[in-house]
Write a protein that binds this ligand. Structure first.
Ligand code: 13P
Length: 292
Protein backbone atom coordinates (compact mmCIF):
# COMPACT_ATOMS: atom_id res chain seq x y z
CA UNK A 1 0.00 0.00 0.00
CA UNK A 2 1.12 3.63 -0.34
CA UNK A 3 3.22 5.07 2.49
CA UNK A 4 1.14 6.22 5.46
CA UNK A 5 1.57 8.84 8.17
CA UNK A 6 2.69 7.37 11.47
CA UNK A 7 0.48 9.73 13.53
CA UNK A 8 -2.85 7.87 13.42
CA UNK A 9 -1.27 4.45 13.75
CA UNK A 10 0.74 5.55 16.77
CA UNK A 11 -2.39 6.90 18.46
CA UNK A 12 -3.99 3.52 17.88
CA UNK A 13 -0.90 1.72 19.22
CA UNK A 14 -0.84 3.80 22.37
CA UNK A 15 -4.60 3.32 22.94
CA UNK A 16 -4.32 -0.45 22.46
CA UNK A 17 -1.01 -0.78 24.35
CA UNK A 18 1.33 -2.10 21.74
CA UNK A 19 4.48 -0.65 20.24
CA UNK A 20 5.22 -0.06 16.57
CA UNK A 21 8.81 -0.91 15.64
CA UNK A 22 10.75 2.00 14.15
CA UNK A 23 13.92 0.66 12.58
CA UNK A 24 16.73 2.76 11.11
CA UNK A 25 17.40 1.58 7.56
CA UNK A 26 20.89 1.61 6.14
CA UNK A 27 20.36 0.75 2.49
CA UNK A 28 17.83 -0.91 0.20
CA UNK A 29 18.43 -4.40 1.58
CA UNK A 30 18.02 -3.27 5.18
CA UNK A 31 14.79 -1.40 4.34
CA UNK A 32 13.59 -4.56 2.60
CA UNK A 33 14.37 -6.65 5.69
CA UNK A 34 12.36 -4.25 7.90
CA UNK A 35 9.34 -4.22 5.60
CA UNK A 36 9.46 -7.96 4.83
CA UNK A 37 9.66 -8.81 8.55
CA UNK A 38 6.67 -6.58 9.28
CA UNK A 39 4.68 -7.89 6.30
CA UNK A 40 5.24 -11.53 7.35
CA UNK A 41 3.74 -10.71 10.75
CA UNK A 42 1.00 -8.42 9.51
CA UNK A 43 2.41 -5.58 11.56
CA UNK A 44 2.54 -1.83 10.92
CA UNK A 45 6.12 -0.55 10.81
CA UNK A 46 8.12 2.66 10.64
CA UNK A 47 11.21 2.84 8.45
CA UNK A 48 13.28 5.69 9.79
CA UNK A 49 16.40 7.21 8.36
CA UNK A 50 19.30 8.99 10.05
CA UNK A 51 20.40 12.26 8.48
CA UNK A 52 23.81 10.82 7.56
CA UNK A 53 22.10 7.99 5.66
CA UNK A 54 19.80 10.42 3.83
CA UNK A 55 22.81 12.45 2.74
CA UNK A 56 24.73 9.33 1.73
CA UNK A 57 22.09 7.93 -0.64
CA UNK A 58 20.10 11.03 -1.53
CA UNK A 59 16.55 12.08 -0.71
CA UNK A 60 14.88 10.80 -3.88
CA UNK A 61 16.57 7.40 -3.83
CA UNK A 62 15.54 6.63 -0.28
CA UNK A 63 11.98 7.83 -0.77
CA UNK A 64 11.70 5.82 -3.99
CA UNK A 65 13.07 2.60 -2.44
CA UNK A 66 10.83 2.73 0.59
CA UNK A 67 7.75 3.75 -1.38
CA UNK A 68 8.36 0.90 -3.82
CA UNK A 69 8.85 -1.67 -1.03
CA UNK A 70 5.77 -0.40 0.82
CA UNK A 71 3.66 -0.61 -2.35
CA UNK A 72 4.46 -4.32 -2.57
CA UNK A 73 2.97 -5.21 0.84
CA UNK A 74 -0.43 -4.92 2.49
CA UNK A 75 0.98 -3.75 5.83
CA UNK A 76 1.16 0.02 6.56
CA UNK A 77 4.65 1.52 6.33
CA UNK A 78 5.62 5.05 7.38
CA UNK A 79 8.83 6.74 6.23
CA UNK A 80 10.29 8.84 9.04
CA UNK A 81 13.35 11.08 9.41
CA UNK A 82 15.19 10.37 12.68
CA UNK A 83 16.92 13.04 14.88
CA UNK A 84 17.34 16.10 12.68
CA UNK A 85 18.55 19.51 13.78
CA UNK A 86 18.53 21.09 10.31
CA UNK A 87 15.26 22.58 9.09
CA UNK A 88 16.50 22.58 5.50
CA UNK A 89 16.98 18.78 5.61
CA UNK A 90 13.48 18.46 7.08
CA UNK A 91 12.03 20.53 4.21
CA UNK A 92 13.81 18.42 1.62
CA UNK A 93 12.57 15.18 3.17
CA UNK A 94 8.99 16.48 3.18
CA UNK A 95 9.34 17.49 -0.48
CA UNK A 96 10.77 14.06 -1.36
CA UNK A 97 7.82 12.21 0.19
CA UNK A 98 8.70 11.41 3.82
CA UNK A 99 5.50 10.95 5.81
CA UNK A 100 6.98 12.17 9.10
CA UNK A 101 10.08 13.86 10.47
CA UNK A 102 11.78 14.37 13.81
CA UNK A 103 13.06 17.77 14.82
CA UNK A 104 15.65 17.32 17.56
CA UNK A 105 16.20 20.58 19.40
CA UNK A 106 17.23 18.83 22.60
CA UNK A 107 20.70 20.40 22.63
CA UNK A 108 19.10 23.87 22.80
CA UNK A 109 17.88 25.64 25.94
CA UNK A 110 14.22 24.75 26.54
CA UNK A 111 12.77 28.05 25.25
CA UNK A 112 14.76 27.81 22.01
CA UNK A 113 13.89 24.14 21.54
CA UNK A 114 10.22 24.99 22.00
CA UNK A 115 10.39 27.93 19.60
CA UNK A 116 12.16 25.93 16.85
CA UNK A 117 9.95 22.85 17.37
CA UNK A 118 6.84 25.00 17.01
CA UNK A 119 8.30 26.50 13.83
CA UNK A 120 8.84 22.99 12.38
CA UNK A 121 5.36 22.00 13.59
CA UNK A 122 3.98 24.81 11.39
CA UNK A 123 5.79 23.28 8.41
CA UNK A 124 4.70 19.70 9.07
CA UNK A 125 1.09 20.65 9.75
CA UNK A 126 0.96 22.63 6.51
CA UNK A 127 2.45 19.68 4.60
CA UNK A 128 0.23 17.09 6.30
CA UNK A 129 3.14 15.05 7.68
CA UNK A 130 3.75 13.91 11.25
CA UNK A 131 6.26 15.48 13.65
CA UNK A 132 8.33 13.94 16.46
CA UNK A 133 10.06 16.31 18.87
CA UNK A 134 12.36 15.70 21.84
CA UNK A 135 13.19 17.27 25.16
CA UNK A 136 15.79 16.36 27.74
CA UNK A 137 18.95 14.76 26.34
CA UNK A 138 18.99 11.09 25.36
CA UNK A 139 22.47 9.68 26.00
CA UNK A 140 24.72 7.71 23.65
CA UNK A 141 25.67 7.95 19.99
CA UNK A 142 23.15 8.44 17.21
CA UNK A 143 24.38 9.45 13.77
CA UNK A 144 26.96 12.21 14.35
CA UNK A 145 25.48 13.20 17.70
CA UNK A 146 27.32 12.06 20.83
CA UNK A 147 25.76 12.68 24.24
CA UNK A 148 28.00 11.33 27.01
CA UNK A 149 26.72 10.19 30.41
CA UNK A 150 27.38 13.58 32.03
CA UNK A 151 25.48 15.45 29.35
CA UNK A 152 22.47 13.13 29.21
CA UNK A 153 19.55 14.66 31.07
CA UNK A 154 16.08 13.40 31.91
CA UNK A 155 13.21 15.47 30.58
CA UNK A 156 11.69 17.91 33.07
CA UNK A 157 8.03 17.06 33.70
CA UNK A 158 6.71 20.65 33.68
CA UNK A 159 8.61 21.37 30.48
CA UNK A 160 7.09 18.24 28.87
CA UNK A 161 3.58 19.50 29.60
CA UNK A 162 4.34 23.00 28.34
CA UNK A 163 6.08 21.69 25.22
CA UNK A 164 3.32 19.35 24.04
CA UNK A 165 0.57 21.89 24.82
CA UNK A 166 2.03 24.10 22.07
CA UNK A 167 1.81 21.26 19.50
CA UNK A 168 -1.55 19.56 20.03
CA UNK A 169 -1.24 17.47 16.87
CA UNK A 170 2.30 16.24 17.58
CA UNK A 171 2.57 12.70 16.14
CA UNK A 172 4.94 11.46 18.82
CA UNK A 173 6.80 12.97 21.74
CA UNK A 174 10.30 11.90 22.76
CA UNK A 175 11.12 12.84 26.37
CA UNK A 176 14.47 11.56 27.68
CA UNK A 177 13.54 8.92 30.27
CA UNK A 178 16.92 7.30 30.88
CA UNK A 179 17.37 5.16 27.77
CA UNK A 180 20.39 5.75 25.52
CA UNK A 181 21.44 5.13 21.93
CA UNK A 182 24.00 2.36 21.34
CA UNK A 183 24.79 -0.71 23.45
CA UNK A 184 24.17 -0.33 27.20
CA UNK A 185 27.04 -0.85 29.59
CA UNK A 186 24.79 -2.61 32.16
CA UNK A 187 21.05 -2.51 32.41
CA UNK A 188 19.37 0.71 31.29
CA UNK A 189 17.96 2.73 34.18
CA UNK A 190 14.57 3.82 33.00
CA UNK A 191 12.80 6.56 34.93
CA UNK A 192 9.43 4.79 35.05
CA UNK A 193 8.04 7.28 37.57
CA UNK A 194 8.72 10.14 35.16
CA UNK A 195 7.32 8.15 32.21
CA UNK A 196 4.13 7.40 34.16
CA UNK A 197 3.70 11.05 35.16
CA UNK A 198 4.20 12.14 31.54
CA UNK A 199 1.74 9.62 30.11
CA UNK A 200 -0.84 10.45 32.79
CA UNK A 201 -0.69 14.11 31.78
CA UNK A 202 -0.09 13.85 28.02
CA UNK A 203 -2.11 11.78 25.57
CA UNK A 204 0.41 12.07 22.70
CA UNK A 205 2.09 8.72 21.95
CA UNK A 206 5.61 8.53 23.38
CA UNK A 207 8.73 7.44 21.45
CA UNK A 208 11.05 5.03 23.23
CA UNK A 209 14.53 5.78 21.96
CA UNK A 210 17.56 3.56 22.54
CA UNK A 211 15.75 0.26 22.02
CA UNK A 212 18.84 -1.86 21.39
CA UNK A 213 19.67 -3.87 24.51
CA UNK A 214 16.50 -3.19 26.50
CA UNK A 215 15.01 -6.30 28.11
CA UNK A 216 11.60 -7.68 27.17
CA UNK A 217 10.39 -6.56 30.57
CA UNK A 218 11.55 -3.02 29.95
CA UNK A 219 9.89 -2.95 26.54
CA UNK A 220 6.63 -4.28 28.00
CA UNK A 221 6.67 -1.82 30.88
CA UNK A 222 7.31 1.19 28.62
CA UNK A 223 4.79 0.12 25.99
CA UNK A 224 2.15 -0.47 28.68
CA UNK A 225 2.82 3.07 29.92
CA UNK A 226 2.19 4.62 26.47
CA UNK A 227 5.31 4.24 24.31
CA UNK A 228 3.72 3.60 20.93
CA UNK A 229 6.93 3.95 18.89
CA UNK A 230 9.96 1.84 19.73
CA UNK A 231 13.25 2.76 18.04
CA UNK A 232 15.92 0.24 17.08
CA UNK A 233 19.06 1.21 15.21
CA UNK A 234 22.28 -0.18 16.73
CA UNK A 235 21.21 -3.84 16.58
CA UNK A 236 20.13 -3.44 12.96
CA UNK A 237 23.54 -1.98 12.09
CA UNK A 238 25.30 -4.82 13.87
CA UNK A 239 23.29 -7.47 12.01
CA UNK A 240 23.85 -5.65 8.73
CA UNK A 241 27.59 -6.18 9.21
CA UNK A 242 27.41 -9.61 10.85
CA UNK A 243 25.20 -10.97 8.07
CA UNK A 244 28.16 -10.61 5.72
CA UNK A 245 30.99 -11.35 8.13
CA UNK A 246 29.53 -14.56 9.57
CA UNK A 247 28.87 -16.04 6.15
CA UNK A 248 32.40 -15.19 5.02
CA UNK A 249 33.78 -16.88 8.15
CA UNK A 250 31.68 -19.97 7.43
CA UNK A 251 32.43 -20.10 3.70
CA UNK A 252 35.72 -18.26 3.12
CA UNK A 253 35.92 -19.33 -0.53
CA UNK A 254 32.50 -17.95 -1.42
CA UNK A 255 32.94 -15.09 -3.90
CA UNK A 256 29.37 -14.81 -5.20
CA UNK A 257 27.79 -11.71 -3.57
CA UNK A 258 24.10 -12.65 -3.62
CA UNK A 259 24.29 -15.24 -0.81
CA UNK A 260 25.83 -12.50 1.36
CA UNK A 261 22.95 -10.17 0.58
CA UNK A 262 20.51 -12.97 1.45
CA UNK A 263 22.31 -13.81 4.71
CA UNK A 264 22.30 -10.16 5.69
CA UNK A 265 18.61 -9.81 4.88
CA UNK A 266 17.77 -12.96 6.86
CA UNK A 267 19.70 -11.79 9.95
CA UNK A 268 18.07 -8.36 9.98
CA UNK A 269 14.60 -9.67 9.19
CA UNK A 270 14.75 -12.25 12.01
CA UNK A 271 15.52 -9.49 14.52
CA UNK A 272 12.73 -7.28 13.18
CA UNK A 273 10.30 -10.16 13.64
CA UNK A 274 11.50 -10.88 17.17
CA UNK A 275 11.03 -7.23 18.14
CA UNK A 276 7.60 -6.95 16.52
CA UNK A 277 6.43 -9.99 18.50
CA UNK A 278 7.86 -8.51 21.71
CA UNK A 279 6.22 -5.15 21.08
CA UNK A 280 2.82 -6.77 20.49
CA UNK A 281 2.19 -5.28 17.05
CA UNK A 282 1.96 -8.56 15.11
CA UNK A 283 -1.46 -8.89 13.48
CA UNK A 284 -2.21 -5.14 13.85
CA UNK A 285 -1.76 -4.20 10.17
CA UNK A 286 -5.46 -3.96 9.38
CA UNK A 287 -6.36 -1.75 12.35
CA UNK A 288 -3.31 0.46 11.73
CA UNK A 289 -4.20 0.77 8.03
CA UNK A 290 -7.75 1.65 9.01
CA UNK A 291 -6.50 4.31 11.43
CA UNK A 292 -4.27 5.76 8.70
P1 13P B 1 19.51 2.27 19.43
O1 13P B 1 20.60 2.64 18.46
O2 13P B 1 20.01 2.19 20.83
O3 13P B 1 18.77 1.07 19.01
O4 13P B 1 18.48 3.50 19.44
C1 13P B 1 17.83 3.83 18.26
C2 13P B 1 17.16 5.15 18.34
O5 13P B 1 16.64 5.55 19.36
C3 13P B 1 17.14 5.95 17.11
O6 13P B 1 16.68 7.25 17.32
Amino acid sequence: MPLVSMAPMLRQARANRYGIAAYNMIDFNSARAIIDGAADLDAPVIVQVSVKTVKHWGYAHIATWVRMLANDVATPVALHLDHCTDIDVIRRCIDAGWTSVMFDGSALPFADNLEKSVQVYGLTEAAGVGLEAEIGAIGGVEDDKVVNDDASRLADFDECVKFVAEMPNLAVFAPAIGTAHGFYKGEAKIAYGLLDRITAAISTPIALHGGTGLTDDQFHRCIAAGCGKVNISTMHKRLFIEGFVNLKAERPRLEEPLPFISAQHAAMKADVMTCIRTFGSAGRAAEAAHAA
